[in-house]
Ligand binder design. Structure first.
Ligand code: SF4
Ligand code: MG
Length: 321
């Protein structure tokens, strides 16, 4: 399997200003030294509660924020060290679909104008061929060609998300980051949009980084799953292992909170208590220790490293080895 994107020791700290002089008094450690990779053609999901750093990771890859440190290699090039011109060229290979399609579509533009703009920015299709290309894109996402004359408010939430997908697809990307892309939709519409994404993935050899707090959705779409907690990766494995043999207490707690499809496999349930601590001053040692039912002395002082437990399964916990 070929690695498309490789993230090494990524840190994203956001300064907190304070005092009379607006000095930096502290940092939010939104992402704190994470390394992982995405294989070409797969769907890797990032899951975790809000504030765990999953969106921040996506934004760093898109270079919407400049990371504090680390490397992000995409097709062999370090994105964080690309000049403006090279980044612009690479930008078309990296697209994003956000949660709220309406917020990211200009209400005064027709769908034709919105998609036409996406094509114009990257100049991927000569002007005279753009209308045909837009009709083709609408077809790919299951919308009628006449849709291009209409405005975003004339569409349902699911249809608007299809427009968002068409816009991402317009420039022929390699990696699409879906940040809570179906979270605002009804469950039945979610399934349709997820199935559409899967179809497009096969058709155009797309790779997805799928960011979601919803394990049901993640179960539907993923090949592999990465679980984050307070800026750290706590577990990464293929989907089957995550759902059937979760090893990290936090992953097990997340799974305990969703209905088990097969009662025979009913696991020992772990209930999450307390709130996620502040990412400004995260707990020492294992960041999950303040909420972990298995906490030991060592957990309070020594941070567990992400280690391979079995083939394709990595866990950061002192009790798993
Ligand atoms: Fe719990 Fe310790 Fe494992 Fe952290 S390292 S998850 S506190 S057992
Ligand atoms: Mg988010």
């Amino acid at each position: 399997k070929k690695v498309l994107l490789k993230v090494d020791q990524l840190k994203q700290y956001f300064p907190i200003k304070g005092g009379f002089f607006g000095r930096t008094v502290n940092h939010v450690k939104a992402v704190d030294d994470i390394s992982f990779h995405i294989y070409q053609g797969e769907t890797l999901s990032i899951v975790g509660e809000s504030g765990c750093g999953k969106s921040t990771t996506g934004r760093a890859i898109l270079r919407l924020d400049q990371p504090t440190s680390g490397q992000i290699h995409f097709q062999g090039k370090d994105l964080l060290r690309l000049g403006k011109k090279d980044m612009r060229r690479t930008r078309k290979d990296l697209q994003v679909i956000f949660q709220d399609p309406f917020a990211s579509l200009n209400p005064r533009q027709t769908i034709g104008q919105i998609l036409g703009e996406a094509l114009a920015i990257q100049n991927v299709v000569p002007k005279e061929n753009r209308r045909g290309r837009i009709e083709e894109l609408l077809g790919h996402v299951g919308l009628r060609p006449e849709s291009l004359e209409r405005y975003p408010h004339e569409f349902s939430g699911g249809q608007r998300q299809r427009i968002g997908i068409a816009r991402a697809l317009a420039v022929d990307p390699k990696l699409i980051i879906c940040d809570e892309a179906v979270s605002a939709l009804d469950v039945s519409i979610q399934a349709q949009v997820l199935n559409l994404l899967k179809k497009l993935q096969r058709q155009f050899e797309l790779t997805f980084l799928f960011i979601s707090h919803d394990l049901g959705v993640v179960r539907h779409i993923s090949d592999r799953v990465m679980v984050m907690y307070l800026g750290k990766i706590v577990e990464i494995a293929d989907k089957k292992s995550i759902f059937e043999q979760p090893q990290h207490p936090y992953t097990r707690a997340l799974l305990s909170a969703i209905p088990v499809p097969n009662p025979v496999q009913e696991r020992e349930r772990i209930l999450l208590t307390g709130d996620v601590p502040s990412p400004i001053d995260p707990p020492n040692g294992c960041r999950f220790h303040t909420r972990c039912p298995f906490v030991m002395d060592i957990c309070k002082t020594k941070a567990p490293e992400l280690k391979r437990s079995t083939q394709n399964h990595q866990v950061a916990c002192h009790i798993v080895s």
